[in-house]
Design a protein around this ligand. Structure first.
Ligand SMILES: [Zn+2]
Length: 456
């Protein structure tokens, strides 16, 4: 068999580069496994991967991209020796790492071969691919990625590119490694933490501007800066934590207060930034890798299996089955309740996780009450069935963090309520349909309290 496919693989390698690294080989093998003749498989692969080789800018980079072309200026370049794997006879190989930038941003890269240029030079890379390394996007240059130096390029000069990027919070993502931003401090707390065995003081909190919010951490003192301060941050590192970008303020980062005159020209004030987030469309969540502290309103179209009462391991909190933890074996489980549901707002749908406290609120039953239902009913799915009956079709607003994966958008709710304005609009709408007398609209205050109506 191999003799039959070898020439086709060679041709594909010549056209598309390293088939293993780019995943093209796996694709080819899949076609062969489906009994597609090798020459037909080759043509199909060439059409799929060769016909539309993508030319991308740094801002377009995201996980799972492969076989694209990118031109950038080398901002930083270093090399390190990688010891061969045990038993491998080869001498240590070298890995070249650095930062590549174009006018849209900058990205970390790693290359298994020496680049035909050094810091300041512009290189064009074909058949590049993206690897995720330490939760960060990394532009990868393989043995089969042709790299050429470009002598006359229209890219901005080194000095301009190496100034880190001024970004709004909403635009900060996994591709960024260093950013400048102006934001106000919404939350701030100082605490001691052990870092690499040493007692360190750290500050953590939340930043906000007119586009959104992001968590931040500072490993330096920030004298005079507190909740409500509007600050300029220059050269902060972007770290990914649980799929969420976080602004990391290090000793090399410059932080300064923004004076009142300049603050007056900004598109936000502390008051506007501190307001509860306005609900956004699920469609928009789907267009971003993650979003921090946003709200969404929609209908619960289904309650997923796995919702209801679950049992957790007392050691590690993993969900356990029949009193067995996958790590700790036989344990005395602790009851917990959660709801996983699909929320749809007409522009898209997402999976929402409601932890116990919120599950109790939106279900209107406490864990203890749900336990009674579970024990009093012969069906082990009694709570799940009850949840489905009670929640399916409900209109709800949620607030929390969203992240996107190959399975779609998932959202962890930190708050949930029935939107007040929507309720008022719906009541008026309902009364309008029932009869013309709008005097009958019930006094809103008799039903609505605070940010929304309490769920019964
Ligand atoms: Zn456990």
């Amino acid at each position: 068999m191999y003799e039959k496919i070898a020439p086709h693989l060679e041709e594909l390698t010549r056209a598309l580069g390293d088939l293993e690294k780019t995943g093209i080989r796996a694709e080819f093998d899949k076609l062969i496994a489906f009994r597609v003749p090798p020459d037909v498989a080759k043509e199909s692969i060439l059409r799929k991967f060769g016909g539309k080789r993508k030319v991308l800018k740094v801002k377009d980079l995201s996980a799972n991209l492969k076989n694209f072309e990118l031109t950038g200026r080398i901002l930083d370049l270093g090399e390190k020796s990688i010891r061969p794997q045990a038993g491998a006879p080869e001498k240590p190989s070298k890995l070249y790492t650095g930062v590549l930038a174009d006018e849209t941003g900058s990205v970390l890269f790693s290359s298994w071969k020496e680049l035909p240029g050094s810091i300041g030079d512009v290189v064009n890379i074909k058949n590049a691919y993206i690897r995720i390394w330490q939760n960060r996007i990394r532009l990868s240059i393989g043995e089969q990625s042709p790299v050429s130096k470009i002598s006359d390029s229209s890219l901005p000069p080194l000095s301009e590119l190496s100034a880190s990027y001024k970004k709004k919070l909403i635009d900060i993502g996994a591709v960024d490694f260093s950013v400048d931003t102006v934001a106000c401090v919404l939350q701030l707390s100082r605490r001691e933490a052990i870092v690499k065995g040493r007692q360190s003081r750290m500050i953590s909190g939340v930043l906000a501007d007119e586009t959104g919010r992001l968590p931040f951490t500072a490993w330096i003192e920030l004298p005079g800066i507190d909740i409500g301060s509007i600050i300029r941050i220059e050269g902060a590192q972007v770290r990914m934590f649980r799929g969420m970008p976080s602004v990391n303020i290090l000793s090399s980062t410059k932080v300064s207060s923004v004076g009142p005159e300049e603050a007056g020209k900004l598109a936000f004030t502390f008051e506007s930034a501190a307001k509860d987030p306005v609900p956004i469309k699920i469609e928009e969540l789907g267009s971003r890798d993650s979003m921090f502290d946003v709200s969404v309103a929609g209908n619960l179209v289904s309650v997923r299996p796995g919702s209801g009462i679950i049992s957790r391991c007392p050691e590690c909190s993993r969900v356990i089955q029949k009193g067995n933890c996958r790590v700790h074996g036989k344990v005395e489980g602790i009851w917990d309740m959660r709801i996983k549901a699909i929320l749809d707002d007409g522009t898209g749908s997402m999976s929402v996780m409601f932890p116990r406290e919120l599950a109790e609120t939106i279900y209107g039953k406490t864990l203890e009450e749900a336990e009674q239902l579970m024990f009093s009913d012969v069906s082990k799915d009694a709570v799940y069935e009850d949840l489905r009956r009670f929640l399916t079709g409900r209109y709800l607003a949620v607030r929390g963090n969203s992240s996107k994966s190959e399975f779609g958008v998932s959202f962890v709710a930190e708050n949930a309520w029935v939107p007040e304005d929507d309720l008022a609009v719906r009541v008026v709408e309902l009364l309008r349909r029932l009869g013309p007398d709008e005097e009958n609209v019930p006094d809103k205050n008799s039903q609505v309290s605070g940010g929304g109506i309490e769920l019964a």
